[in-house]
Design a binder for this molecule. Structure first.
Ligand code: ADP
Length: 762
């Protein structure tokens, strides 16, 4: 074939990218072939020299026309010449020459019609279509009333073969054209799908890759915020946090969108507290509205069920977007957030969520557009209002996934109403969420954190400091296996993305170890991947829970409280740091020194947080008697292994409260107990218990003194807190709420309230 078709001839057809032009050339070629066949046929079957000549001329004319169009690029001229010259003049002549209505030409008229449909655009299409139809009908009518002008076939055989040729050629031709267009359409569709997928994957990958370093930056920045005492540095650091959070929010939007585009977003059904969801939104957005001087009205149906089954995260995300837009695009007036029951059956309810504002409104032509990605209306007027134009695209798609649709009614300049209706199943009581002001200490808990990134481990260590948990770290899965062979842990944090062996494999390997299996040690995955189906797979693959990076301290504490063995956790109230006058501190120091307790050392451990000292001291006192009796029994029964465990934890706690003598005593005793040195243990334990009692007594005296002075102490006016930027907190809150993390969201709202209270005073 190749040798038959020289390259430049082949190129003549393949160099074009536009289907119409290729089609034009192919049609021309087919025309040439048909004309040549026609010429031969006229000559052989009918001995018709004139017919043969006409066909030959048509073939030559077609070649000239094709070359002309190819050289000049004047395609429409080519099409017009083809229409008038071939499909009308030539076909007309052939029609009259070859049997009129009884020949094959009427089949070919359909070519003319098809050609017109494919080649022309706009008004020319209609005009040319009309001309062709009128011409073909006209010439048929003409042949009908003037049969004398039509050259009939000489024999029935000639007519038969002409008809058959007509049927075959026209059906082949039309079929080929149809196939070509269909193929092209499919190719384009595939291309579009592929490029859209490629775009989504690229977007998802980039976004994911960006998340990791941002998380790292925010984590390190959090440490600067905690450690720094220079107000200038704190301010810089806050700015870093604001920018970082904003960036993270945008990246999350990109991720959300690309997940939706790739069809990866799934609807999850979980029990949730509708009241809590609405309240959280209300508290936050009412505040936001207040700041802009807007009224905020919550209008809820009186008889809303409290617990529902559905994807509360998606619902939340949509409502957050609608509410924040309403506030963002409204200068004065009122925002109304309404939730109404529509239909209700025994197990199901249809709710209507509506957010209306008295803001800028949206022009009619923009109302559809704004649900598209990156679309923003009224760019000029909305200049200065931050946004990506992705919120409504995401919300619209999320609503669709949940079988709903966001509707909009808006009058430009007067305001907008966005609403959607959604069917939800009724749920069951899910109990009380963690309270805000609670935190805990767990000085006896041993936790292992596995992460290849030492910086992450440092961050984790500093976040855990307050809980007094004993943290061991491993920088690889291998190292964690070794540690777990030798030590008992109460909980393990496992990074997901690690080189060599990833978190999943490491978790599975650890689960095989006796120590882990017997105690059923919870393993919590640390991940930067917040997507719901990832969370689901984590839980399904055997992790007990997950913790998002950057780690939110409240979330981490929640996870720890949930998974650490009950008896290791002491829940305490979270209080403000107290400002203790120098002379009071000196008194404490003196009192405690009498009991061999170094208050300075303890305070150093606890970053000067006297409340924390009080907590640990209470813990120490409360657990002392029981533990002491227990250790005594164990030592008497020579159950040294058990005894060593308690002594070991006492050693840590005494270090925390600054009871140095007891600490060293415990250390020595622990070693001898482990060695099974009965003689030493028997001789030394007396002194050890004495030290223990002494430390306990010292702490008791301190606590008493502290309780007396406590009412006169003022909370420290924490500089960073007052300075906390609204933007930062808002960003954090948005993230917390959109991730469905109620406890930290509430905490942030408290902080925001405090902050706004502060600015009102000023
Ligand atoms: P963003 O707010 O980030 O630009 P959205 O997708 O949430 O993106 O909204 C798209 C556009 O729709 C906005 O840019 C704004 O022009 C318009 N819009 C959305 N909500 C409102 C509203 N309540 N009032 C007026 N205009 C709105």
């Amino acid at each position: 074939m190749k040798s038959l078709l020289p390259k430049h001839i082949l190129k003549f057809y393949t160099k074009e990218s536009e289907l119409n032009v290729i089609f034009f050339k192919m049609l021309g070629t087919a025309g040439i072939a048909i004309s040549l066949i026609g010429a031969i046929q006229s000559l052989i079957t009918a001995g018709d020299i004139i017919g043969c000549m006409i066909n030959l001329i048509a073939a030559i004319a077609s070649v000239i026309l094709m070359v002309f169009v190819d050289r000049t690029g004047k395609y429409v001229v080519g099409y017009l010449i083809t229409s008038f010259g071939i499909f009308m003049a030539l076909f007309g002549m052939l029609f009259l020459q070859m049997g009129g209505l009884y020949g094959s030409m009427p089949y070919f008229f359909s070519f003319g019609i098809l050609f017109t449909l494919l080649m022309y655009q706009g008004w020319l299409l209609y005009v040319m279509e009309l001309i062709h139809v009128v011409f073909y009908v006209g010439i048929c009518y003409f042949s009908y009333i003037h049969p004398e002008h039509v050259k009939m076939f000489d024999t029935p055989g000639a007519q038969f073969s002409d008809q058959i040729a007509g049927i075959i050629l026209s059906s082949l031709g039309i079929g080929t054209i149809f196939l070509m267009y269909l193929r092209e359409y499919r190719k384009q569709q595939k291309l579009a799908q592929e490029s859209s997928n490629a775009k989504s994957i690229l977007l998802a990958n980039i976004s994911h890759e960006i998340r990791t370093p941002i998380n790292m930056l925010l984590g390190m920045n959090e440490m600067i915020l905690r450690e720094a005492d220079n107000s200038q540095i704190i301010e810089y650091s806050r700015n870093v946090e604001t920018a970082g959070r904003q960036l993270l929010f945008m990246i999350n939007q990109f991720l959300d969108l690309s997940r939706i585009d790739m069809g990866k977003e799934e609807v999850f059904e979980e029990n949730f507290d509708l009241k809590e969801l609405i309240d959280t939104l209300k508290v936050y957005y009412k505040k936001e509205a207040d700041v802009k001087g807007l009224d905020f009205v919550l209008d809820t149906d009186r008889e809303l069920p409290r617990y529902l089954l559905g994807d509360s995260r998606k619902l939340n995300q949509i409502l957050m977007n609608l509410l924040s837009n309403a506030i963002k695009y409204t200068k004065e007036g009122v925002i109304v957030f309404s939730i109404q029951r529509k239909e209700e059956s025994k197990d199901q309810i249809r709710l209507r969520f509506e957010v209306s504002d008295t803001g800028l409104g949206i022009k009619g032509e923009d109302q559809k557009k704004i649900f598209g990605s990156f679309e923003r209306s009224d760019i000029v007027r909305n200049r200065g209002i931050e946004g990506t134009g992705l919120g409504l695209a995401i919300s619209g798609n999320l609503a669709k996934l949940m079988g709903s649709e966001i509707k909009l009614k808006s009058k430009y300049g007067e305001g907008s109403v966005f609403w959607f209706e959604i069917d939800l199943k009724k749920g069951t009581d899910i109990g009380i969420a963690a309270t805000v002001n609670e935190t805990f200490i767990a000085p006896d808990a041993k936790v292992l954190a596995v992460d290849d990134n030492s910086m992450n481990l440092t961050v984790l260590k500093s976040l855990l400091k307050r809980t007094l948990i004993k943290l061991s770290t491993a920088q690889s899965a291998q190292e964690s296996y070794e540690l777990c062979e030798k030590n008992d842990y109460d909980l393990i944090f496992m990074d997901y993305m690690m080189p060599d062996i990833d978190g999943l494999e490491a978790m599975q390997e650890l689960r095989k170890m006796d120590r882990i299996r017997e105690k059923n040690v919870p393993i919590i995955v640390l991940t930067a991947d917040a997507t719901p189906e990832k969370r689901k797979t984590f839980l399904e693959s055997g992790f007990d829970d997950y913790l998002l990076k950057p780690i939110d301290i409240s979330l981490m504490e929640n996870v720890l409280m949930k998974h650490l063995p009950r008896h290791l956790v002491t829940v305490v109230d979270q209080q403000d740091q107290l400002e203790v006058p120098e002379e009071v501190l000196d008194n404490f120091k003196k009192t405690l020194r009498e009991y061999d307790i170094s208050f300075e050392m303890a305070m150093k451990h606890l970053s000067g947080d006297i409340n924390q000292f009080v907590r640990i001291a209470s813990f120490f006192i409360n657990s002392a008697d029981g533990n002491m009796a227990h250790v005594k029994d164990l030592l008497e029964d020579r159950e040294y292994e058990q005894a060593a465990l308690i002594i070991h934890s006492l050693k840590g706690n005494s270090g925390n409260v600054g009871a140095e003598d007891l600490y060293y005593n415990a250390r020595r005793l622990e070693k001898r107990v482990k060695d099974g040195d009965v003689a030493y243990v028997d001789a030394a334990s007396e002194l050890f218990f004495m030290e223990w009692k002494r430390a306990k007594e010292g702490l008791r005296v301190f606590l008493k003194a502290f309780e007396q002075i406590r009412p006169s102490l003022r909370a420290v006016e924490e500089e960073p807190k007052v300075k906390r930027d609204k933007g930062v907190l808002t960003g954090q809150l948005l993230e917390a709420v959109s991730n469905g993390n109620q406890a930290p969201a509430l905490k942030l709202i408290d902080e925001l309230e405090e902050l706004y209270g502060e600015s009102e005073k000023i």
